[in-house]
Design a protein around this ligand. Structure first.
Ligand code: GRF
Length: 195
């Protein structure tokens, strides 16, 4: 089976992309990253990709902070198509995805979110869980639709909230769980169990 070609979009430090690459290097999933895209020139995933010789792209969006304008997103669709990516992985991408991408890649865009959706969509979900006083939270990998963290759930991993947990300690344990869950789900795509 050929390695699954993936495009990765992220705005932050890139720890999930690193975990995906580490799992691939450990032989746990067969992927070929073909394009890394960010809206922040300093995003961690860009340097990870550059070190591997993977094409990178920085998206500039002067008009909006929480989504891309239709023209910019349409351009991104063309670039992703040209890359040959079969799966689009949102790993800390902080903008809503709209119709140009959703229509071009139906059931081909997945996201990781730091809560047990549908609980606590949106920003800083670990802080929302702490404030709500729940006993457990976790992370979710889901298909992306036009809403905020509302797409069909593919897989989840629970994380207990411990006495004395702070936002930092809880977030760190959720990220550890993300780094296990995301490669595991992508490996199912790579084995063509889901695609
Ligand atoms: C993750 O916690 C993910 O759940 C959220 O954004 C964060 C990205 O972290 N969507 P990183 O850039 O992969 O380290």
């Amino acid at each position: 089976m050929q390695p699954l070609k993936i495009a990765v979009l992220g705005s932050g430090k890139g720890s999930n992309f690193r975990a995906i690459l580490n799992a691939a290097m450990a032989g746990q999933l067969k992927i070929q990253p073909v394009l890394a895209i960010s809206d922040h020139p300093e995003a961690g995933l860009l340097s990870l990709a550059e070190n591997l010789g993977v094409a990178t792209q920085v998206v500039s969006e002067p008009k909006f902070r929480t989504r891309l304008s239709e023209e910019v997103e349409t351009g991104l669709v063309e670039d992703i198509r040209a890359s040959g990516a079969e799966l689009i992985v949102l790993a800390g991408w902080m903008r809503l995805v709209k119709s140009p991408m959703l229509e071009a890649f139906p059931r081909r865009i997945i996201n990781i979110h730091p809560s047990l959706l549908p609980a606590f969509p949106g920003l800083e979900a670990w802080k929302q869980a702490l404030a709500a006083g729940v006993e457990k939270t976790g992370c979710t990998v889901h298909f992306v639709d036009g809403g905020m963290d509302t797409g069909e759930i593919i897989s989840q991993c629970e994380v207990s909230i411990l006495p004395g947990d702070t936002a930092e300690t809880l977030h760190a344990r959720i990220q550890d769980a993300e780094h296990r869950l995301f490669p595991e789900v992508i490996s199912r795509f790579a084995r063509r169990e889901i695609l």
